[in-house]
Design a binder for this molecule. Structure first.
Ligand code: FAD
Ligand code: MLT
Ligand code: ZN
Length: 508
């Protein structure tokens, strides 16, 4: 029996505090091994920062915008999952596009490598240096510039935190077109640079559609102004797309114009237990057919994902133990119409036996509890040891195939192989938790997992990007001519290769 009947609907208030982010950030005192040693990387031939360089930075920035103390720069060297550790000695915190431009022009001249950093929530090691690249942290560029409440065009600086933007536009009856577990820390510039997907891509599309324009700074300091707020603009090449998803390797994103959809008047969230993966797929087909335009998210998680998250973080699971869980969200504009649709869907699928049990909520606090459980899966495994995180797109018919295969393959090493993700986008996150990072576990997982994904004609990185961890595997998803074109673009836009080296592009 469903634990609560549908009571539609209310406007969501501000989003929840992000528990998992603060917990994991301070959970482990041990420093990760240096990336250069762990992954056996050779430093490229860049300049080394000298005291004259620091003096130059101090001459164009104020004292507090130039960090050089070891304890101050340490957090900028370590990534969110505590897998990668760089060795930067300098962090710069520009406050304007002009300052970014001056810094880059100087670094380019001196051949000093740079690592752009937003909220440092990236999951592929792209946001932290590998060696002594200067970290350019955008956190002080956090001004909201304008909001057109009629068109929904929000213009802001790249260092604005996603949740802050969402709260701002919600007060004006709009929402941000993307939402993700890291919203309390990640920046819009980081989201754009990773082309972040998130929980509602199914409904609101990806950032290539939502970003109306942007301003970026090239490696040589040239400011490229494509900051338009137009829905339509076919004047030549669509240059903004080069910066969306290029992970800081082609330029620094300094300002963004994003299209914000209208805040839905009616919202509901269902959390259901089903007996097997086939039922997840059948429920997805049924939800699309029954809910149509109001379906805003369709997420799945297997038993281990939910049970371990609930246990590790002491979060309530509102329903009992099931092999698979499904989360269905609706965003609509008419309470009565939406509730009729959802009721019909529930009646049918409870009757058919696809939904074994579940709960439906429309009160903000209850919805938050459910979302919190789903969003916390990302970090819950970090409390048990080291987590290998894979983020792949697979045609939905084969979406879950790899999880049981990996469980079999990892026998004797770990039993903690679990899958969850954005099934509506064909994007599964496969996590493998082991007590400690080991070469043996790595060798069993890589390149095996990427080979399997390639056989299924999937993508080895659906939404987290390539970063530092995956350039050597990118060929599983990109053909040689496409990779050559990527290298050509890199040479054109960053001839000295100073922007985020060791990331995205494999060495030839
Ligand atoms: P960072 O981590 O600081 O940087 C990410 C990359 O972008 C790096 O390569 C960096 O060099 C570059 N970069 C950052 N800012 C700029 C800039 N202004 N200009 C140029 N380059 C820049 N991702 C998803 O797609 N979907 C999810 O659902 C999702 N959920 C997550 C949940 C959690 C709990 C966590 C920790 C991460 C999640 N992520 C998700 C991954 C991550 O990509 C996003 O959190 C986010 O987009 C990264 O933004 P950031 O500001 O933290 O960027
Ligand atoms: C998610 O969907 O939760 C995020 O992409 C983070 C993760 O992969 O764990
Ligand atoms: Zn995700």
């Amino acid at each position: 029996m469903l634990k609560s009947v549908i009571v539609l609907v209310r406007t969501l208030g501000t989003s929840k505090p992000n528990l998992i982010l603060s917990q994991t950030r301070f959970a482990s005192q041990a420093l990760p091994q240096l990336s250069a040693t762990k992954y056996n990387v050779r430093r490229k031939d860049f300049g080394v920062v000298q005291s004259e360089d620091v003096n130059y930075f101090k001459s164009i920035l104020s004292e507090e915008q130039v960090l050089t103390e070891e304890s101050d720069v340490l957090p900028f060297n370590i990534d969110w999952i505590k897998n990668c550790r760089g060795q930067t000695k300098v962090v710069l915190k520009p406050k304007s596009t002009q300052q970014v431009s001056q810094i880059l022009a100087y670094c380019n001249e001196r051949r000093l490598a740079v690592c752009p950093q937003g909220g440092n929530t990236g999951l592929v090691g792209g946001s932290v240096p590998v060696f002594d690249e200067i970290v350019l942290s955008l956190g002080s560029m956090n001004k909201i510039i304008s909001l057109d409440e009629t068109s929904g065009a929000l213009v802001c600086e790249a260092g604005c935190i996603l949740e802050t933007l969402d709260n701002y536009v919600r007060d004006r009856n709009l929402i941000m077109p993307l939402d993700l577990g890291a919203k309390g820390s990640c920046h819009i510039g980081g989201n754009v640079s990773t082309n972040a997907g998130g929980l509602r891509l199914l409904r609101y599309g990806n950032l290539h559609g939502s970003v109306m324009g942007l301003e970026a700074v090239k490696a040589d300091g040239t400011i490229v102004d494509c900051l338009r707020t137009l829905k339509k603009d076919n004047t030549g090449y669509h240059l903004k797309h080069l910066f969306i998803g290029s992970e800081g390797t082609l330029g620094l994103v300094t300002k963004v114009a994003v299209h914000c959809p209208v805040l839905p008047k009616a919202q509901t969230l269902g959390f259901f237990g089903v007996k097997d993966f086939d039922s997840v797929l059948r429920l997805y087909r049924s939800a699309k057919a029954s809910l149509g335009e109001i379906l805003s998210a369709f997420e799945m998680a297997d038993n281990y994902s939910i049970q371990s998250t609930s246990k590790n973080l002491n979060l309530p699971n509102p329903i009992a133990d099931f092999p698979f869980y499904v989360l269905v969200e609706t965003h609509g504009s008419d309470e009565t119409h939406d509730s009729e649709k959802l009721n019909r869907f529930l009646e049918r699928e409870m009757g058919s036996g696809l939904i074994l049990d579940g709960t439906v909520a429309s009160e903000p606090a209850k919805m938050q509890t459910i979302w919190n459980l789903r969003e916390s899966i990302a970090g819950a495994g970090l409390l048990e040891g080291y987590v290998y995180k894979y983020d792949v797109s697979i045609p939905v018919g084969h979406y879950y195939d790899l999880v049981p295969k990996l469980r079999e393959r990892m026998k004797g090493v770990t039993t903690k192989v679990y899958g969850y993700g954005h099934i509506g986008d064909g994007n599964i996150h496969i996590n493998v938790t082991v007590p400690k990072y080991s070469k043996q576990a790595t060798a069993l997982l890589e390149p095996y997992i990427f080979e399997e994904v390639a056989k299924l004609k999937g993508s080895i990185s659906a939404e987290h990007g390539v970063g530092f961890r995956k350039p050597q595997f990118v060929h599983y998803s990109k053909d040689p001519a496409a990779l050559d074109l990527m290298r050509d673009l890199k040479r054109l836009m960053d001839p000295n290769g100073i922007l985020n080296p060791y990331k995205v592009l494999p060495d030839p």
